[in-house]
Design a protein around this ligand. Structure first.
Ligand code: FES
Ligand SMILES: [Fe+2]
Length: 402
């Protein structure tokens, strides 16, 4: 018989209290502008996976909507992954118009200035018409770019305040060794949600809502007779980042079609993610709870990795306004070995999609209400510690009281 975790998580962190918190940081436009400058601009942003640029010349174009920037990510001749502003130094046209592919050079469609895979200007039509042009001094604008466990990150500062390894810190180190590279079968859901970026992050970091909001979907998988309130297994705070380890109902009996899907793809669904034999890195299910299902790790501010033993998916939040966020959810699965396994994966994707749409729907209502200014405080449950910590961390960066 399993036991739900007691309500003593917040008490482990004496710098946090259990009191109510201010709500203006979820809707005030002036505060939002400060968040972009102080939190989002200086940080590292995940733009994709190395498997997408495995070969020399393979590239993809990634939009960073928070900054209204388009970035080309490419595997260069020297084997490094590089990130360039997708803009031509001649007169500013977008250099690459294709979403992804493989090239030996990037050639602008306007006047055909051409750049090699290291971003250097290589050829200029009718070069005699530019008598003072110093070709060697001209190239695509390059951003700092680095990788962690196959995830590609870029930074928009010329000299980032922290290296990627330092930025990811203990939280990054504790997840090293997970077979992220095996998840080469990808799927993505993306869209704009009329809500603050922090509400979107929060919705994946607590399961207090699961018995109610998800009563028709995943309710009995993350709550159950042993854990009626949907308490989590654990929450760990590491630097600015944190991980919520989610409880899984081992006595859950799947419905008929779901049961068929789970038989063929154990460990793939959010409802069965703990049921796999992958050896876990130290930071995954850190308490080694037998009731664990998935970990939700947030790399502050807006990159969320949801990791189970047999699958993982990421959420990337791109703030657009105090009340609007572009949300990109990307799932990574091991390629199916049979049609039955493929069916199980499709089922898992749809199950996940339905659950997250229930979350998103609620967030827009919350946003409208909080923006009235009439809800002045929020109250976080002990097991909503991840949310409280985000709140405190944002306030720390903004230099204001929680
Ligand atoms: S703007 Fe690119 S070649 Fe002219
Ligand atoms: Fe949810």
């Amino acid at each position: 018989m399993s036991q739900a975790t007691p309500v003593n998580l917040t008490a482990r962190y004496p710098d946090l209290d259990n009191g109510p918190v201010r709500t203006d940081i979820y809707w005030q436009p002036e505060i939002f502008d400060q968040e972009i400058e102080r939190i989002f601009r200086p940080t590292w942003h995940c733009v994709g996976r190395e498997e997408e640029v495995a070969q020399t010349g393979e590239f993809f174009v990634k939009e960073l909507p928070t900054f209204e920037l388009s970035v080309i990510v490419v595997r260069s001749e020297d084997g490094a992954v590089r990130a360039f502003l997708n803009a031509c130094p001649h007169r500013g046209n977008q250099v690459e118009l294709t979403a992804c592919g493989r090239r030996s050079a990037f050639t602008c469609k306007f006047h055909a200035w051409s750049y090699d895979l290291e971003g250097r200007l290589k050829s200029v039509p009718d070069e005699a018409g530019f008598p003072t042009l110093d070709k060697a001094a001209i190239g695509l604008t390059e951003f700092p770019c680095d990788t962690w466990q196959g995830f590609i990150f870029v930074n928009l500062e010329d000299n980032p305040a922290a290296s990627l390894a330092d930025y990811l810190g203990e939280q990054g180190a504790d997840l090293e060794g997970y077979p992220f590279d095996q998840g080469t079968a990808r799927f993505q859901f993306a869209g704009e949600v009329e809500t603050n970026w922090k509400f979107l992050v929060d919705s994946f970091c607590e399961t207090y809502h699961v018995p109610f909001l998800h009563r028709r979907t995943i309710h009995s998988t993350m709550a159950g007779p042993d854990n009626p309130h949907g308490r989590v297994v654990d929450v760990r705070l590491k630097g600015d980042h944190r991980t919520t380890s989610v409880w899984g109902n081992r006595a859950y009996e799947p419905k008929s079609v779901q049961g068929m899907a789970l038989t063929h793809t154990p460990g793939v669904s959010i409802t069965s993610a703990g049921a796999d034999t992958v050896e876990l890195p130290r930071g995954l299910n850190q308490t080694r709870s037998p009731n664990w299902s998935i970990d939700v790790t947030v790399f502050f501010p807006g990159f969320v990795c949801v990791i189970g033993a047999g699958m993982y998916f990421t959420h990337q939040m791109w703030p657009l306004a105090a009340n609007r966020t572009r949300w990109e959810m990307t799932g990574y699965l091991r390629p199916a070995g049979s049609a039955a396994e493929r069916f199980g994966q499709e089922h898992a994707m749809v199950e996940l999609r339905d659950a997250v749409l229930e979350d998103a729907n609620t967030l827009e209502r919350m946003q409208r209400n909080v923006a009235t200014g009439l809800i002045r405080h929020f109250h976080f449950h002990d097991h909503e510690l991840s949310l409280r910590y985000q709140h405190y961390t944002v306030c720390k960066y903004l230099g204001i009281q929680p």
